[in-house]
Design a protein around this ligand. Sequence first.
Ligand code: FES
Length: 327
Amino acid sequence: MDASSPAMNVLAQTAGALLRARLTAIRYAAEGIHRYEFSAVDGGALPAFTAGAHIDLHLPNGLVRQYSLCNDPRETQRYVVGIKKDAHSRGGSSYVHDQLKVGMVMSLGAPRNHFGLHEEARHTVLVAGGIGVTPIACMVQRLRALGASFEVHYSVRRREEAAFLEVLSGPGLHLHVDTEQGGRPLPLAGIVARVPHDAHLYCCGPAPMLDAFEAAAAGRPAGHVHLERFAAASSVAAEGGFTVQLARSGRSVFVAQGCTILDTLRAEGVAVQASCEQGICGSCETRVLAGTPDHRDSLLSDEEKRANQVMMVCCSGSKEATLVLDL
Ligand code: FES
């Protein structure tokens, strides 16, 4: 994501606001995947979102999880998320599948977007693997509404696991079913090599797919390759040994070895919004006023990391003795 990305203006969105929403429908989407639909408790319009956005779901068990919105961004009365029950769930997806019931009222974070579409692109290539299809389904609806040129490559292991085909089906969809291709994965290198050089490419899926996509797209222009991870790509910075100056309050806090900036701020009673705490959701994005962060998140592009204007304080540290933040 480059600095001029439509998704860059995260801080200007309604970060921090919690919505009360009712779970109005649960539907089967594919094997192991359900669609969950939420509406405002008062029946009014929900905050608008853009294709690629996600919401934080505040679960009754205290966990907060991020899920991509997969409905048409023109819809104002509902949010739809697709959730796969993860066999290794740490209490998020298994709780959702086993405990949530239609009619429950829950808190949602307002939509945020770190995976925004460049709607002006001459051609767009969307690549989805497994449950990574959820933001891609939203993007397809937006691109169709724009009349834009696009293609979708959706990879699943088995046909029964393919979700949102009712949305994706149509010109431009290429469904790749591993078991029907002799177990071969999506031929990413060939796909990327074929598309025009000025196309924008997006990928959401499991880590091996994202790594292969990044490698295949390595020669593409900066800012034209976009991906969204479900899990952190690197470990958090907990080396410590630096001071964080909080410009608004004039306070300074020392980040000790073994602690993240977020840990330290919390211990000092400084309120900072956070959710995933592994650099993949953007909740804790904070402006950097001076110093050089040691970026460890999976959200900012290389260009954004070099610019050092913002950082994720949940996982990133400092390369210098002092860091000044807009807190
Ligand atoms: Fe999610 Fe920091 S809390 S990126």
